[in-house]
Write a protein that binds this ligand. Structure first.
Ligand code: PLP
Length: 358
């Protein structure tokens, strides 16, 4: 941890992102205990915090490795020396990127990557040949959110066959995001049945998603689980019934800078801190101190509070704490986050992989 000078949370200049350390530590322990109880390896997704010190805490609690989305994140975490088993859950395409992947693979025990199509798979194979090293690969299956992944168990089987035949590809198994429900389980079971019938071993079956931590029992075929959001939690997790407001470790501290009407106040955190991610939600955050008060809209540097249903109202100059909709994107908006315990700033963490989207 980066030691912070003795500082009261009230002294932090706003807007600022704070992490309530007691809550974060409880979130880490709870998820690890759940995965231990189900005999599933824990491979937390670091895109939520982008901070090597927090990944170290997850590993100390029992995680077997980490998940990264982009190679830029892998570079930061490998430089920090905190993990030697990394899965990249993204199609890595083109020589520039596959060369980076191969160079990084020299620095860790295992750097695995996913592929959901033939072009990516062939590119990985060529990179393996260029560098004289095997590339561990999982075939990505569609988790039903309209993103990437092979569309049928038969397509997973075909790519698995291709992976076993291509030079320098080490087929290791299947990956899916998210574990959505019975459809995902049926898809994965069928794909596994087909691939195993071809005599191909499938040592890894990697599931993911924080809400899916509640349904691990429905996915006995998974050997590992990748959750990210659980480390902080946010309003999307609360909306999904997967966390309570008291489990939300990330608070955005903001100052009320204006109160143009009785029911509208303006805070100094807008979309450049909270972002405009909404998914299933209709606002952009809610206030801790004033139940019923929501961030109803935001422009870049202004958060517009709707106080019409608030049980109490802030005044100009007050500092308020906002629970954001989506903690993972908020992490990417700030240079540092403040780790807070009992009203004191215990640590200031640079968000080391902030902006590492390449
Ligand atoms: C491929 C992949 N795995 C795991 C996760 C973690 O999911 P969650 O943020 O719900 O914990 C994500 C999130 O975006 C993801 O894209």
């Amino acid at each position: 941890m980066t030691n912070a000078p003795a500082m009261n949370v009230g002294d932090i200049e706003t807007p600022a992102v704070t992490i309530l350390l007691d809550r974060m530590e409880a979130n880490i322990a709870r998820a690890q205990a759940l995965m231990d109880a189900h005999g599933v390896d824990n491979r937390p997704h670091i895109k939520t915090h982008k901070i090597p010190a927090i990944a170290s805490m997850q590993i100390a609690a029992g995680a077997s490795g980490i998940t990264c989305q982009k190679l830029g994140e892998v570079e930061v975490f490998v430089d920090a020396g905190i993990a030697d088993d990394i899965l990249v859950t993204y199609n890595i395409l083109g020589e520039v990127k596959t060369d980076r992947l191969m160079e990084l693979s020299l620095r860790v025990k295992r750097l695995a990557v996913v592929a959901d199509n033939e072009i990516v798979l062939r590119g990985l194979s060529e990179a393996g040949v260029r560098h004289g090293r095997d590339v561990p690969v999982l075939i990505e299956c569609d988790g039903g959110i309209g993103r990437n992944g092979v569309q049928t168990p038969e397509a997973a089987q075909a790519l698995a066959q291709m992976a076993t035949n291509l030079p320098r590809i080490r087929f290791e198994g299947l990956m899916v995001f998210p574990n959505k429900g019975p459809e995902t389980a049926a898809f994965m079971n069928k794909a596994l049945e087909l691939i195993r019938a071809d005599g191909i071993a499938v040592p890894v079956v990697s599931g993911g998603g924080s809400p899916a931590l509640m349904t691990l029992a429905d996915f006995p075929m998974m050997t590992e689980h990748r959750a990210g959001t659980y480390v902080y939690n946010d309003l999307m997790m609360v909306d999904a019934g997967a966390a309570s407001l008291d489990d939300c470790a990330m608070h955005v501290r903001a100052t009320v800078v204006s109160m143009p009407t009785e029911d509208r106040a303006i805070i100094d955190a807008g979309s450049k801190v909270l972002t405009r991610d909404q998914y299933t939600l209709s606002n952009f955050g809610q206030l801790v101190e004033h139940p019923g008060a929501v961030v109803a809209n935001c422009s870049e540097e202004h958060g517009m509070l709707d106080l019409s249903r608030a049980q109490s109202k802030p005044r100009i100059g007050d500092i308020v704490n906002v629970i954001p909709n989506h903690c993972c994107v908020v992490s990417n908006m700030v240079d540092e986050v403040y780790g807070v315990r009992d009203g004191q700033v215990e640590t200031v963490w640079p968000v080391a992989a902030r902006g590492r989207v390449r």
